[in-house]
Design a protein around this ligand. Structure first.
Ligand SMILES: Nc1ncnc2c1ncn2[C@@H]1O[C@H](COP(=O)(O)OP(=O)(O)OP(=O)(O)O)[C@@H](O)[C@H]1O
Ligand SMILES: [Mg+2]
Length: 314
């Protein structure tokens, strides 16, 4: 029934019942009105108002649910759809809202895919330039320093050795940054070795357990798993004050599951930043579920579940 029809019918029922009670009941109203009559009519009006309020609330409940869903929807998490029964305006509104969510999710998915692939391309370019330009220049500087040092006096040579050492460690740092920007190991050696390298590079002790029977995955899925592990471990090192972390990659029933766990101070109620938003966007991209929880004994757990169904569809 339409919203207008519903409200009209509710009011009509309440008024007809009240009118019938007035006509058929033992109520009389004299002039001037008596106190008992005021009390009886007052009580009647109160009952009518309460009945009206209750019925209106019940019939407008779907609208309240819709408003709540509209104001709390977060497209970075899977959004459950509201049930829409019947043919009235409210059901129509809910169906339109659900259709709008479908469109927004599709649009969000494709724009996230574009943004992330642009980001990967940009990282690749910066990594390439760091390696080819800055890396080459520093290598040339190192060779030049060595040549000058070979002809220098003993005390100058000592100082030049110092400069050589600094330059060499800068070169190592640049190579490390370039490697992080472009997960070359992922392309060359595969996900397992890339994750091992990530764990080994971390500034805190990372215990890793990687199932040997991980099936071959789509390159995009591998990149998502790698980037989520990378951000998880970076966050652990930066924010958690943990002493230990764990990195697990396993097959669980119908999904590939990545777990990054630490024994630090937990997420608390710190707001999500670009890092966690990036993880969510990447997860959506491959139809995966991402959960961040604070563990029972403190610490943080990042869990990424890529359903195998998703993998087979690719
Ligand atoms: N493992 C963790 N332990 C404790 N707090 C964490 C952990 N991971 C994230 N946080 C909290 O969540 C916040 C948001 O993390 P997020 O990765 O989104 O942003 P960020 O690391 O601050 O910045 P960036 O955009 O460089 O990643 C952090 O500032 C931190 O307070
Ligand atoms: Mg971060």
């Amino acid at each position: 029934m339409s919203l207008f029809g519903r409200i009209f019918l509710l009011n009509a029922i309440v008024l007809v019942v009240a009118g019938a009670a007035l006509l058929l009941g033992p109520v009389t109203v004299s002039t001037p009105v008596l106190l008992t009559e005021v009390l009886i009519v007052g009580a009647g009006v109160l009952v009518v108002l309460v009945a009206n309020a209750v019925l209106l609330r019940v019939s407008l409940a779907p609208l309240h649910r819709l408003t709540r869903a509209m104001s709390t929807t977060d497209l970075l998490k899977p959004v459950p759809r509201l049930p829409a029964r019947g043919r009235g305006e409210v059901a129509e509104l809910i169906r339109t809202f659900n259709a709008m969510l479908d469109r927004l999710e599709a649009e969000r998915g494709s724009s996230a895919a574009r943004a992330l692939s642009a980001q990967e391309a940009e990282r690749r370019r910066v990594a390439q330039e760091l390696h080819d330009e800055v890396g080459q220049t520093l290598t040339a500087v190192l060779l030049e320093l060595k040549r000058v040092a070979d002809h220098a006096d003993e005390d100058v040579r000592q100082e030049l050795h110092q400069v050589q050492e600094t330059t060499r460690s800068s070169l190592d740092e640049i190579r490390r940054i370039a490697r992080r920007l472009r997960p070359g190991v992922l392309e060359e050696l595969g996900l397992t070795s890339a994750l091992k390298a990530l764990a080994a590079e971390s500034t805190i002790t990372v215990k890793r357990r990687i199932d040997p029977d991980i099936p071959p995955l789509d390159p995009q899925v591998e990149l998502v798993i790698y980037r989520v592990a990378q951000e998880g471990l970076t966050n652990t090192a930066r924010h958690s004050r943990a002493t230990r972390a764990e990195l697990h990659l396993m097959v669980d029933d119908d999904a590939i599951v990545l777990l990054v766990r630490d024994n630090g101070r937990g997420l608390g109620d710190s707001p999500e930043g670009a890092g966690i938003r990036g993880m969510r966007e990447r997860a959506l991209l491959v139809g995966a579920q991402l959960d961040l929880t604070s563990g029972a004994g403190g610490g943080t757990e990042v869990c990424l579940r890529v359903p195998v169904r998703e993998l087979e569809r690719r």
